[in-house]
Design a protein around this ligand. Sequence first.
Ligand code: NAD
Length: 261
Amino acid sequence: MGTALQDKVVIVTGGTSGIGEAVVRRFIQEGAKVGIIGRSKDKLDRLSEELGNSLLAVQGDVSQYEDNEKVVKATVEKFGKLDVFIANAGVFDGFAKFIDVEHESVSEAYDYLFNINVKGSFLGAKASVNELLKTKGSIIFTVSGASFYPDGGGVWYTASKHAQIGLLRQLAFELAPDVRVNAVAPGGTLTALSVIPPLQPYVKLIDNETKAKNIRKRNPLQIAMSSEDHVGAYVLLASDESRAITGEIISSDGGLSVRGL
Ligand code: NAD
């Protein structure tokens, strides 16, 4: 049990699985109180039971403003304030190839994926910003290696993760000096990140072992990353140790930028 986040109040979207869940567990160990928003009632109930009074679980959809507002209100009501909003919920395109996809599905997939990955980030920031101004808090986006490089997904995912960087940069500029805005960019990680329905017919599902092998091959440190590998970066950005850091993206990707030719 550490104290890096003692008395911090944090919201994590998509906090019921993968990277979000690992962040929630570690943040609570570091002394934080955490509100989460997720879609699955079963998973929300299971986590609430396990993590008790340090957790507040709200069912909702990040692409709806009202649901973002609901988790912010409920969190402030229960824990008294909000220090950090982590926009982490996301969905994937399964590396679907643009050329193979019918134009109707191109459009449908765009709306589906951008509504969650991009609009969800916009709406989370909007719903939390007034509370964050009161605490001089911060926003953290979960972006991706796909925010910088090709072949971290198909065009939908890659474009959505690039779009989050634009949101991050402009918001960090507009919200200074009061609210810091940063991101963590994980590389390929062994989670159950789901492929959106409109693209499922175009995607081959691969087993975890092949996935691990592919991820290891692509990054110089040759790590098949797990969710827990990234949580330290979130702890730093959420803590007072990073009070001079804004507009910054911490890559936690096994060294994609030093891949070479
Ligand atoms: P995950 O599927 O375990 O986590 C995503 C969470 O978001 C899930 O709990 C899901 O239910 C939730 N979610 C999806 N749509 C939602 C919606 N509309 N409303 C509310 N919640 C919603 O997968 P993960 O890999 O932990 O993904 C977390 C973040 O990490 C995503 O933003 C993803 O793009 C990013 N990321 C993942 C990887 C990877 O390789 N797994 C790499 C880089 C970045």
